[in-house]
Design a protein around this ligand. Structure first.
Ligand code: UDP
Length: 240
């Protein structure tokens, strides 16, 4: 079941359903793109036609973020739950350890992807790490990065380059990479590596994860001004 929030198509799936759909992607073979849509991403797509077209072409867009879930319900759609990109990543890693899927960790500052992959391998014994590579590179290095990822034959490619860079990069190289499941994961590696924290559970449940991130990284305020604008736009959209 797909619904639209300010023109961005989102799938009304639970975490468990998202993992099942991911299994289908991997069984079918690549490429497939999974995106995790929050209010910031929806607002960015409104001003960035390239990002919008990547999201339009994505195979699965999960409702990541309290704002998107609120908006969907406000607009009259049934959305069972929020599916945070971090949680979906952890669920896929757990499943990968059981099934033998190969996972490539691409992105974040030097050393972080490796630490995130080590933390994952320690938590889920049997996890096959296809490769790791940090996320700071010049355009001329892209071809070598694509070759290295391809050569490692991953079933899952996690890209932590931030929004919208990760979505655009994955879409631009999708055909060549042909990874069964590629997903942008934002700050997930930083949390897994222990250099960033997640909001306490009560804040996540209250839909206040954004406030926690803002308190940790006040420089996000500019980006986060998208949130009140998002709310106003959704309220206006319902009136029409
Ligand atoms: N990053 C990267 N390459 C870049 C820009 C960012 O690897 O050129 C990484 C950055 O180190 C961080 C992640 O991308 O680990 C972005 O995290 P953020 O929490 O900002 O994600 P978003 O909120 O955009 O999903």
């Amino acid at each position: 079941m797909r619904f639209a929030v300010l023109g961005v198509q989102i799938d009304a799936v639970t975490l468990v359903e998202a993992v099942r759909i991911a299994e289908g992607f991997i069984a079918a073979g690549g490429p497939h793109l999974v995106a995790t849509a929050n209010a910031e991403m929806v607002m960015a797509a409104g001003q960035d036609a390239a990002l919008k077209s990547v999201l339009d072409g994505a195979d699965l867009v999960v409702p990541d973020g309290a704002g998107v879930v609120w908006a969907a319900r406000h607009l009259g759609h049934h959305v069972p739950e929020r599916v945070a990109g971090f949680d979906l990543t952890q669920a896929l890693l757990a499943r990968a350890a059981e099934t033998g899927w190969r996972v490539y960790f691409f992105g974040a500052a030097p050393g972080i992807a490796a630490r995130a992959s080590e933390a994952a391998a320690a938590r889920w014994p049997g996890l096959t790490v296809a490769g790791v590579r940090h996320g700071y590179f010049i355009p001329a290095e892209a071809a070598a990065i694509v070759d290295a990822i391809k050569a490692s034959r991953p079933d899952i490619l996690l890209a932590a380059l931030g929004v919208p860079k990760q979505e655009k990069w994955l879409a631009a190289h999708a055909a060549e990479l042909a990874v069964p499941l590629a997903m942008g994961v934002g700050g997930t590696f930083d949390v897994m590596a222990g250099v960033a924290g997640r909001a306490p559970l009560w804040m996540q449940r209250a839909g206040l994860e954004w406030l926690y991130r803002l308190s940790r990284e006040p420089r996000r305020i500019g980006r986060m001004m998208a949130l009140p604008r998002f709310v106003l736009k959704v309220l206006a959209a319902k009136k029409h």
